[in-house]
Design a protein around this ligand. Structure first.
Ligand code: SF4
Length: 144
């Protein structure tokens, strides 16, 4: 067996990143905006936003989901390759949030999609999103 060189190991660490596709409704979009700005700059930590679910490892879902938008969210999820992870951001995905008694919104996202992790808050703090992604990195290492 060929022993991996130190340089190769370093390079492997450098290319490690999680690719994220966003599915954000309503003010849920505001939940990720601070992370892409210069204050938090998530790309420094290997969290890359991609333009298509076919390239994504992680699906970020935020905001209340209507029955109509949920069908699109399911289609996005189905297009992602295995292994894949769903992270739900904010109270709306956990309970329906302030729209809990609306006739056309869902209450718990994991009744419809396999949610790996919820991040509570309205909206969640950027630190909480980073912590969730750190856990995803650890999960990926366990898979190796
Ligand atoms: S959790 Fe709060 S910030 Fe996020 S979509 Fe719901 S109401 Fe908006």
């Amino acid at each position: 067996m060929v022993k991996r060189s130190k340089k190769a190991k370093t390079m492997r660490k450098l290319i490690k990143a999680i690719w994220i596709f966003n599915w954000f409704n309503s003010c849920g979009f505001a939940e990720l905006v601070p992370l892409v700005g210069s204050r938090w700059d998530m790309e420094r930590f290997g969290m890359i936003i991609v333009g298509t679910p076919r390239h994504a490892d992680v699906l970020f879902i935020a905001g209340y989901q209507t029955h109509k938008s949920l069908e699109r969210a399911k289609r996005v999820y189905e297009q992602m390759a295995e292994p894949k992870v769903v992270i739900a951001l904010g109270s709306c995905t956990m309970t329906g949030g302030m729209y809990w008694d609306s006739y056309n919104t869902i209450k718990r996202l994991d009744d419809y999609l396999p949610v790996t992790m919820y991040i509570p808050g309205c909206p969640p703090r950027p630190e909480a999103v980073f912590e969730a992604c750190e856990k995803i990195f650890e999960h990926v290492k366990e898979l190796e």
